[in-house]
Design a protein around this ligand. Structure first.
Ligand code: SAH
Ligand code: SF4
Length: 389
């Protein structure tokens, strides 16, 4: 893993992950004009075309050569349409592993709690366009073991390649309806993006490349359970421009370890230091995600402790009532209690949203669809911390 500002090479065989300069080198090595490489990159990442036969400004010979190489690493298996316009794609990777990605059209007049935490998320989308936020996965399963999360309970199968990660956005674009455009990408699907740091960083480089989709880095948010060295690397590599979301979930150090085992390795006081050191641009905020789990972290005393912990940091807080999962008896507090928790944080002066569940009729909690029917594959000890002193 490198903390340098320069991108790493695309993994061998992952043609979708190549940057224009790498495509140019490939073309030169084949005796082709280098600019052909830039054309291929544009076809894939700007126009979303992965079938070389459709790359009409390339010679027939070159198209044929590319056909063998552009083995697109992902395929849409199912699309679930929810009543609220959310689409959820079950995606198969080349080895048959399932992951998921969700498209969430931004409802007009509603604050987009998932978008990067700009103070004023100015809308530069052409009028008549519906902004869509896409939530993408970075791993098959997850090694972090959070006890309320189906991916964590299942454990890690493998990292996704950068081509597979960005391939979800290419597939997502195929599902857009008239007038829709992907404006935000959030790394909040299955997996811990910073555990797959190189895959995540390369995917961001591809998504933000001006010859590709050209997303602004501030429209990308990486959510992490708190991998401290990689938070610093992300800040360094993208100069703080990429939005950061932290899955905090419990302001008491020992109790956080019971919910999220990663806290034993990277305890809260050190995580707070890492957040203070993140090179956050002016006017931006770190998103604090807080999944409310009944009896685990939902006492009003927890809200007070959280308010104290975050004092002095530029943050907004997203409360997420826990989506019940098959593998656990844990669940959300009742809605009135969620409101009371939110009120408490607002009274303490914080910008605080409740992330309403969307796409409920398609089991839409991030990280859940691909796990349906999957049994936990390792022993898993559930601890029952108290929720206040
Ligand atoms: N691994 C990263 C990103 C993926 S999870 C992370 O943990 O930040 C995206 C968010 O959904 C995280 O805040 C995660 O804690 C939360 N989450 C996981 N399982 C959930 C569940 N069952 N209900 C509600 N939120 C959940
Ligand atoms: Fe992994 Fe995030 Fe789930 Fe924790 S909440 S197990 S870090 S995907």
């Amino acid at each position: 893993m490198s903390a340098s500002g320069s991108p790493s090479a695309a993994p061998a065989g992952d043609a979708v992950a190549r940057l224009p300069e790498e495509w140019r080198d490939v073309m030169k090595a084949r005796g082709q004009a280098a600019y052909r490489g830039g054309q291929v990159f544009k076809w894939i990442h700007q126009r979303g075309v992965v079938d070389p036969a459709a790359m009409t400004d390339l010679s027939k010979d070159l198209r044929r050569t590319l056909e063998a190489e552009l083995d697109f690493p992902v395929a849409t298996e199912h699309v679930h349409h929810a009543a609220d316009d959310t689409h959820k794609l079950l995606v198969r990777l080349h080895d048959g592993a399932p992951v998921e990605t969700v498209l969430l059209p931004v409802v007009k007049g509603q604050v987009d709690a998932d978008a990067a935490a700009a103070d004023h998320d100015e809308d530069d989308t052409p009028s008549g366009t519906t902004r869509v936020t896409q939530c993408i996965s970075t791993q098959v399963g997850c090694a972090m073991g959070c006890i309320f999360c189906s991916s964590g309970i299942a454990g890690l199968t493998r990292h996704m390649t950068p081509g597979e990660i960005v391939g979800q956005v290419l597939l997502g674009r195929q599902q857009l309806r008239e007038g829709e455009a992907i404006r935000n990408v959030v790394f909040m699907g299955m997996g811990e993006p910073l555990h797959n740091f190189e895959g995540t960083a390369r995917a961001i480089e591809l998504l933000t490349h001006p010859d590709g989709l050209g997303l602004s880095p501030r429209r990308i948010t990486v959510s992490t359970s708190g991998l401290i060295p990689e938070i610093a690397q992300l800040g360094e590599r993208f100069e703080g421009k990429v939005g950061l979301a932290i899955s905090l979930h419990q302001p008491h150090d020992a109790r956080r370890s019971a919910l999220m085992p990663i806290n034993k390795k990277y305890p809260l006081p050190r995580l707070m230091e890492a957040l203070r050191a993140y090179p956050l641009p002016r006017g931006r905020k770190i998103t604090i995600e807080y999944t409310l789990v009944a009896g685990q972290n939902d006492a009003l005393a927890d809200a007070d402790r959280l308010a104290k912990l975050l004092r002095g940091l530029r943050v907004k807080i997203n409360l997420i009532p826990m989506n019940p999962i098959e593998a656990s008896k844990l669940g959300p507090p009742d809605p009135a209690h969620v409101d009371a928790f939110q009120r408490r944080l607002k009274q303490a002066g914080y910008l605080c949203f409740v992330r309403r569940r969307r796409g409920d009729d398609v089991s839409a909690a991030c990280g859940q669809l691909a796990m349906i029917g999957k049994k936990p594959n390792r022993a898993f000890e559930r601890r029952q911390p108290k929720s206040s002193d």
